[in-house]
Design a protein around this ligand. Structure first.
Ligand code: PLP
Length: 481
């Protein structure tokens, strides 16, 4: 559980009073969001509850300063305090992860991934090309050479996990910029085990010959062996880029160690700060010394002015994650996910890969005759917040889906342990069993409408409220109406 500083109630009530005096609807929405978050079983695998010191650090005048550039080398005057903030945040990130270099400017996970991609392109393609042409920067290139270089960027190949196997949009999905700026090939999972098949991946990589091999996921409920990923990257001369947005907290908390820790295996690592890492909404990039100079050019390559107030909050979150209590938290996140998965399996719920060994669980709702588009709102009506998600080779596509993704980082922050997660599993199984699809006008089972057996949603909400009351969010934070 995270502590509430004693002054928090007074600080937030005064703050809400100030907001109220200018735009009452914003004050109301802010109060209502806390009420909603306190009153629901938040199982969204990518969400968490940041500590109040992290939240408070975001709300300062550091926001008002422009500081494009890098530490000590800015395009604006008067950046000495931002330099301090960025240096402290980067130092904590380096120490926390044992990385050679950390870049804390990216505003989000997608920004961090774009910085990673462009820094790899810059290091692997642009620099050698400039050298070959005898140019120092792209400004020295003749127009024809510049056109050739631009076309060369577009020829590069990236290989990442497919969306339905659990990869992210930014890993080469066609509708994302990553699928447009690169030629891309996706790898999936073994149809029998649901696991990454490293031998198959190596064979695919030998054929496709990617410049960049992406490892990392949004909805894969298992650990990745980064030593194997490194071997595959080396076998085809690819740069290994790891997107640890989802599991950064488990790396920071030393649950993922050895071959499960990407640091030391990956050339470049990108992440969010707000998921299992429990920081402010943002991103960062870690790199080896070899890639550091090109990552450091994230601004102006991809980014504009850094969010200094968010970098300050990242420093607080990284410092929190360096405390021994964060390691206990991260271990509890993984133990709780196991308890949740076991509880679901015992009650006859089918899970992709048959379980979990990270922070998330992917339920296959098709044996209940449901789509994710039905299961997600049925659970929500019952006070359980989840998100629908594709499962590998999903016959219902990315909109309706056949899966529901759940995770333990947020409720673990509230103090839930294995017993509470077993009870959560009982509630989820009860709602899924009590939900039936409504037949569509063509006589087929519908994909969106559903009914829940009488009284189940109400009883589940009451049971959820009991669990939530026993594990309050920000205990002692009293917000006046
Ligand atoms: N990478 C992965 C693996 C993610 O799961 C996500 C978000 O869901 C992102 C990147 C993007 O993060 P953001 O929403 O902060 O841009």
């Amino acid at each position: 559980m995270i502590e509430t500083p004693s002054a928090a109630s007074s600080i937030y009530n005064q703050l809400l009073g100030v907001i109220e005096s200018i735009e009452p609807r914003i004050a109301d929405a802010t109060r209502a969001e806390l009420t909603d978050q306190r009153a629901s079983l938040k199982l969204i695998a990518s969400e968490n509850y940041a500590s109040l010191p992290v939240l408070l650090t975001m709300g300062t005048w550091l926001s008002d300063k422009y500081a494009e550039g890098t530490i000590g080398h800015r395009f604006y005057a008067g950046c000495q305090n931002v330099d301090t903030v960025e240096s402290v945040a980067a130092e904590h990130a380096r120490e926390l992860f044992g990385a050679e270099y950390a870049y804390v400017q990216p505003h989000s996970g997608i920004d961090a991934n774009l910085v990673a991609y462009w820094s790899i392109l810059s290091h692997r393609i642009e620099s050698p090309e400039l050298e070959r042409l005898g140019a120092k920067t792209v400004n020295d290139l003749a127009e024809d050479d510049w056109e050739i270089l631009r076309a060369t960027f577009n020829q590069q190949r990236v290989m990442g996990m497919s969306l339905d196997a659990g990869g992210h949009l930014t890993h080469g999905f066609r509708h994302n910029i990553s699928g447009k700026m690169f030629r891309q090939h996706s790898y999936g999972t073994n149809p029998d085990t649901g696991l990454i098949d490293y031998d198959q991946l190596l064979a695919d990589a030998r054929e496709f010959k990617p410049l960049i091999l992406v490892a990392g996921y949004s909805a894969y409920p298992r650990r990745v062996n980064f030593a194997r990923m490194r071997e595959i990257a080396d076998a085809v001369g690819a740069t290994l880029f790891v997107d640890m947005a989802h599991f950064a907290g488990l790396v920071a908390g030393k649950v993922f160690t050895g071959e499960e820790n990407p640091v030391g295996y990956a050339d470049v690592i990108a992440s969010t700060t707000h998921k299992s890492l429990r920081g402010p909404r943002g991103g960062f990039v870690l790199a080896t010394g070899e890639y550091a100079p090109s990552v450091d050019r994230g601004c102006p390559m991809v980014l504009g002015g850094p969010l200094s107030h968010i970098m300050a909050a990242k420093a607080i979150a990284f410092a929190e994650a360096r405390q021994p209590s964060f390691q206990s938290y991260a271990q509890a996140v993984a133990d709780n996910a196991k308890a949740l998965a076991d509880g679901l399996l015992r009650r006859g719920v089918k899970l992709v890969t048959g379980g979990t060994d990270n922070h998330l669980v992917l339920i296959d709702v098709s044996p209940f005759g449901l789509t994710g588009r039905q299961a997600e709102p049925a659970l929500l009506e019952s006070g359980i917040v989840t998100n629908r998600n594709s499962i590998p080779r999903d016959p219902n596509g990315a909109w309706y889906t056949s899966g529901v993704r759940i995770g333990t980082p947020a409720l673990t922050t509230r103090g839930f342990g294995p017993d509470e997660f077993d009870r959560v599993a009982e509630l989820i199984a009860g709602v899924l069993k009590a939900t039936t699809p409504v037949t569509a006008s063509n006589g087929q089972p519908g994909k969106a409408k559903y009914t829940i057996a009488d009284g189940v949603a109400e009883r589940t909400r009451a049971a959820a409220a009991e669990l939530l009351d026993a594990n309050p969010l920000y205990p002692g934070l009293d917000i006046e109406p």
